[in-house]
Design a protein around this ligand. Structure first.
Ligand code: SF4
Length: 351
């Protein structure tokens, strides 16, 4: 059982983050935020896969204006991602945004910071300080210290600005595209502040490489109890980010959502097309919400025994397969009917 780091709790549009709240999965749209229809379509799609919070890039005034319409129909809370322009932050708050990602130190004049912070406070809007290892303040960048220390220093500087303005609904991220730097930065900040942490490895890459980097970076931190909400960053569909996020949490036993899928690597004992079958079973049960463990194993000699913890399983034979429940074989089915029979059984027994 993972002992979570002690942290404060904030709430974004009803989703609690920090302390004992479940670690939430969030992602970011990659549509043009001004295109309300496409953005909502993508948000709905992400929400179907369990996304709990969604961030939108607010590039200009029209995007801040679109927040109003998106907010009316979005099934999940919205976070505005803003760089530098305090007026966009104010407009997003006025249009019903649930949280902001803006670094107060980048806003500029003191009076403008005060305007944003005081409006955020009145409207109960948390602010995420989002540090990116590639875009630090020039004076910090010039220091002769390791990158993760620079990132922490930068984060603490922004934290101080918010605290000096009597604001504490803070969430922090310290992302680097380098996994070890990310891990070290989060470890260090986790000992210095009690604010909830948003985990992510930034610019992680395309599908496979990105998932591996995120799983290693986020997984290491989560296993140490660090992290309150996560975003897997992939050069791919945000839905894939959401799926990967839940897979990381499920692998650590931190969330139980949908199928926990188990399959063997196959070996010389495998006599059916198990790789294809495993992929098809996983795809057919993708949206299934019950927290079941499903196993697809290559042979009846070792399969049912090795996967006896699974609620349902398949063990391959010669042009046929055995369906088992909790390690006990209940049925023998020919290979071409195996997929349908297996999926139907799970669906009818778990309505
Ligand atoms: S379950 Fe059977 S087929 Fe799969 S790896 Fe183990 S021995 Fe090989």
């Amino acid at each position: 059982m993972i002992q979570r780091r002690k942290s404060k709790q904030i709430e974004i549009g009803g989703v609690k983050i920090g302390a004992d709240a479940p670690i939430s999965v969030q992602s970011m749209t990659n549509t043009d935020t001004r295109d309300v229809k496409s953005t909502l379509k993508q948000i709905n799609n992400m929400a179907e896969y369990g996304c709990e919070l969604v961030r939108l890039a607010i590039l200009n005034d029209d995007a801040a204006q679109a927040v109003k319409e998106i907010k009316k129909l979005s099934p999940i809370p919205l976070i505005a991602d803003i760089h530098f322009d305090y007026r966009l932050a104010i407009k997003c708050i006025e249009n019903g945004i649930d949280a902001l990602r803006i670094n107060p130190g980048n806003i500029g004049k003191e009076e403008n910071i005060k305007k944003v912070v005081s409006l955020a406070k009145t409207n109960n809007i948390p602010i995420r300080i989002g540090i990116n290892g590639g875009s630090l303040e020039k004076d910090i960048e010039a220091m002769n210290i390791p990158l993760h220390e620079k990132m922490v220093m930068s984060a603490l500087r922004h934290v101080k600005i918010l605290e000096d303005n009597d604001f504490d609904k803070i969430k922090i991220s310290l992302k680097s595209s380098d996994v070890m730097t990310t891990i070290q930065a989060y470890r260090e900040i986790s000992e210095k502040v009690e604010y909830p942490l948003h985990l992510g490895v930034t610019e992680a890459g395309t599908y496979t490489g990105g998932i591996i980097k995120s799983a290693v970076g986020l997984g290491t931190l989560l296993a140490e109890g660090i992290g309150d909400t996560i975003r897997v960053s992939l050069t791919d569909s945000p839905v894939e980010e959401v799926k990967a996020g839940f897979s990381i949490l499920k692998a650590l036993g931190l969330r139980q959502k949908g199928i926990n899928f188990v399959s063997c690597p196959t070996c010389g004992r495998t006599q059916i097309n198990l790789i294809k079958l495993a992929k098809e079973v996983e795809k057919r049960l993708e949206g299934f919400d019950k927290p079941l463990t499903i196993a697809v194993m290559g042979c009846a000699v070792n399969g049912p025994g090795e996967a006896k913890h699974a609620d349902y399983g398949i063990a391959g034979g010669i042009n046929e397969g055995y369906i088992f429940k909790k390690g006990q074989i209940i049925k023998k089915v020919c290979e071409d009917k195996l997929l349908d029979e297996f999926v139907n059984l799970i669906q009818t027994e778990n309505v």
